[in-house]
Design a protein around this ligand. Structure first.
Ligand SMILES: [Zn+2]
Length: 278
């Protein structure tokens, strides 16, 4: 029996994605991580490219996004879009703020944009938290006690800034969450197989975590291979998150499923991670 946390799924539109099936079966949430399959884009972007700022045809990207997001339902939702900068800034969308907007007559379907932001948290229903990925690691957070969610974009810089644990901490401050109740799910990103770094990156993580021996392979030529997923798991466990689980999927060695910035030398599409509270 596989312990893989993601299950493959397909929207009616044909858009193919992964979902955190175990979480969805227990709690009223929807989750996804899009694959590259079932969309309209072609060439280096084939086919379900979710990123507008990639050089791809923006009309096709808009269609791809609709094809994926439509499975969430006809009630509509606000789409929360962070403008990611590999930083550690976290934006918060509170249920009370969404209700205030609705009272002003602002309809669902609204797009909420957040500049210089790499993580989002919410306790509002029908607010779709999103982030874009092509090797950087997505981290989902869910607090069943307060029905609140978070989503963080953790490349090596974000990971070195401890963004996932900081996102959990912000959920505690804003929603009254407790870390022992929280669940973290680490999604597909670059694997140790392909994540070659110099000693300065290794030093950044040693400063953060101490000994990272198990998570770092020394190639002996001044280069190292790092397990960025494992480092994120270590940071989340250190922060006291009650349950931390990670996928086996990697982006770099699965060209059949995923875009990879490193594999494709930068000209490629983006997968979209998402969570919405129902
Ligand atoms: Zn790889």
């Amino acid at each position: 029996m596989s312990s893989e946390i993601f299950q493959k799924a397909k929207a009616d539109s044909g858009a193919e994605y992964l979902r955190l099936a175990g979480l969805e079966e227990k709690y009223p949430v929807r989750t996804f991580f899009s694959t590259r399959n079932g969309g309209r884009s072609s060439g280096a972007y084939a086919s379900l490219n979710m990123g507008f700022s990639t050089g791809d045809d923006r009309t096709l990207v808009g269609e791809n996004r609709r094809m994926l997001f439509d499975f969430i339902g006809e009630d509509g939702y606000c789409e929360a879009v962070p403008h990611q900068v590999h930083g550690a800034q976290i934006a918060c969308i509170r249920a009370q703020d969404v209700k205030a907007e609705e009272k002003k007559g602002i309809k669902r379907g609204l797009k909420l944009s957040f500049p210089d932001t790499d993580a989002l948290i919410t306790d509002a229903g029908n607010v779709l938290l999103t982030s874009l990925h092509a090797d950087c690691i997505p981290v989902w957070l869910y607090d069943p006690e307060n029905h609140a969610a978070g989503l963080a974009h953790a490349g090596w810089r974000g990971t070195a800034a401890d963004i996932a644990a900081k996102t959990a901490q912000r959920m505690c401050e804003v929603f009254g969450s407790e870390k022992k109740d929280m669940m973290a799910f680490i999604g597909p990103g670059i694997g140790r197989c392909c994540f070659e770094v110099g000693s300065e990156v290794v030093r950044a993580f040693e400063e953060l975590l101490g000994d990272i021996g198990d998570l770092c392979t020394d190639d002996g030529n001044g280069k190292y291979h790092l397990d960025l997923s494992g480092i994120n798991a270590g940071l989340l466990r250190r922060a006291g998150i009650g349950s931390v689980a990670a996928t086996e999927y990697v982006t770099c060695c699965r060209p059949d499923l995923f875009y990879s910035y490193r594999r494709e030398g930068g000209v490629t599409g983006r997968m979209c991670a998402g969570i919405v509270l129902l």
